[in-house]
Design a protein around this ligand. Structure first.
Ligand code: NCD
Length: 476
């Protein structure tokens, strides 16, 4: 198996065997950095950073220089033709004709997928809005593996902004893939998005227990945990005795505490702000018994959530974590460029349920509800057709293929039943029994009644009476 010519857009693009292959090569790069200067000679990396970055951009560029390659860069949308109204797709095609690999950071969620779809060369997502940041996850896992030897069975606590932190979203799936347990401690109002949880349970197995944070602060004597994810291999079943398994899990201590800053740049424009005090990790918190041997991690930059006094603590890992960004990215670039083969396992991930969800690509008016999604932002350009996966039938749930947000549309119709004549062209509430009976390939989804009616559909009984109880809702 080879990674040559592949792109890394989400952490799902790499199996555990491939990630292990990247790590063995990263070990080699770390041990003999100076000997790698011919590995990518003659290759060009385009570094496109349209959001602030220090570590990710500079470690990618340092990695390419260490490999003997060259770097071309654009670090501000304002100085590229995107500012003149050029589409991301056109930019990707052009940059793909100048460079052998593209590393892109962009504020819109799903933008890296669009670049990968059009560039014709490998593309690495260096962070797309609040969606994912898979190479930070590689650095995080590499740190844990180096310090702890393995990842399976560990207990990793995620702290802070779990809603908008893209490093958190990629890390959750990676930890589940490697069989780790996850403790969620979010700042109130910044809990992990429901679509991330749904994907975690459905595709990675395991169990999730949600708690009233205040109940558990007293019990765990640690911090107000709001949820716990137990890997399918865990001997402690949450469903049977949630409180006992919770206590058992915590007794042995937390292996890593992953702290994040509030991602204020992504807070909604309509006045969303921190609800209460953002939790701070300091020496007092770390005195807890469960943190005795805990690795203190942070993707950086830190703001106020991690006290400077922790820097001198031998448990702090964040500067190492940042430094290892160079060997990890050297390994990744060398593999994607085909300059190194690496020892990548052929084995597919046994723990992941690969689900072939039916696609929803009807050209109806339904749009991704996420305002930061590239398919919403680039609508004017007309080349991005909204596309979704039908991830659930009851309740009907679509997942955007670009930003992966899930939502429950309110109204549906079938493209099959109205052939007989206009009087049969009816639309239904998505939570009525009709939805289950419509075949995926005939499904038409509407975001509103007016949209259905503009397209000539008439309300059926379920719409007129508002019958089947609950209304469809969008995930916020
Ligand atoms: C993170 C990012 O950009 O998402 N930083 C990084 O790449 N090391 C985390 C953050 O900005 O909080």
């Amino acid at each position: 198996m080879t990674l040559a010519k592949r792109s890394l857009v989400t952490i799902d693009d790499l199996s555990t065997g491939e990630i292990e292959g990247v790590f063995s090569l990263a070990d080699e790069m770390l041990e003999s950095t100076a000997k790698q200067s011919a590995v990518c000679r003659g290759k060009i990396m385009a570094s496109l950073f349209f959001e602030p970055s220090t570590r990710t951009r500079l470690s990618f560029e340092a990695a390419m220089h260490r490999l003997g390659g060259s770097v071309i860069s654009a670090v501000d949308i304002g100085v590229t033709s995107l500012a003149k109204g050029e589409s991301i797709a056109d930019m990707a095609r052009v940059v793909g004709s100048y460079a052998d690999i593209i590393v892109i950071r962009h504020p819109w969620e799903g933008a890296a997928k669009v670049v990968a779809d059009y560039a014709g060369v490998p593309v690495v997502n260096a962070g797309d809005g609040g969606h994912q940041h898979p190479t930070q996850t590689l650095c995080d896992l590499y740190t844990i593996r180096k310090e702890r030897g393995a990842i399976r069975g560990l207990k990793i606590a995620l702290w802070g902004d779990l809603k908008y932190g893209r490093t958190i979203h990629s890390l959750i799936f990676a930890l589940a893939k490697f069989g780790a347990n996850i403790l969620f401690y979010s700042s109130p109002g910044l809990e992990v998005p429901e679509h991330v949880i749904q994907k975690l349970i459905k595709e990675y197995g395991g169990e999730l227990g949600k708690y009233q944070a205040s109940d558990h602060t007293a019990k765990n004597n640690l911090f107000p945990l709001d949820a716990i994810y137990m890997t399918p291999d865990s001997p402690h079943q949450l469903a049977m005795v949630p409180d006992i398994s919770f206590q058992v899990e915590l007794k042995a201590g937390v292996d890593a505490l992953y702290v994040t800053r509030p991602q204020k740049e992504r807070f909604a424009a309509d006045g969303e702000e921190l609800k209460g005090k953002y939790p701070v990790v300091d020496e007092k918190v770390l005195k807890g018994k469960a943190f005795k041997k805990t690795l203190i991690m942070h993707p950086l930059p830190r703001v106020d959530e991690l006290a400077y006094e922790v820097d001198a603590d031998p448990r702090s890992m964040y500067f190492k974590q940042a430094a290892w960004g160079v060997p990890v990215r050297m390994a990744l670039l060398a593999l994607l460029l085909g300059s190194k083969k690496g020892s990548l396992s052929e084995e597919p991930d046994s723990s992941i349920h690969k689900i072939d969800y039916p696609a929803y690509e009807q050209d109806s008016g339904v749009r991704c509800p996420n305002p930061r999604c590239v398919s919403v932002q680039e609508t004017e350009m007309r080349y991005i057709k909204p596309a979704f996966k039908i991830v659930d039938r009851v309740p009907l749930t679509l997942r955007c293929v670009y930003c992966e947000h899930g939502f429950e549309p309110e109204y549906v119709a079938s493209s099959e039943w109205h052939h007989g004549g206009l009087e049969n062209k009816k639309y239904h509430r998505a939570d009525s029994h009709w939805t289950k009976e419509i075949k995926s390939e005939n499904l038409i989804v509407f975001s509103s009644r007016s949209e259905a009616e503009t397209r000539g559909f008439k309300p059926d009984h379920s719409v007129e009476t508002g019958h089947s109880g609950k209304t469809g809702k969008e995930e916020k």
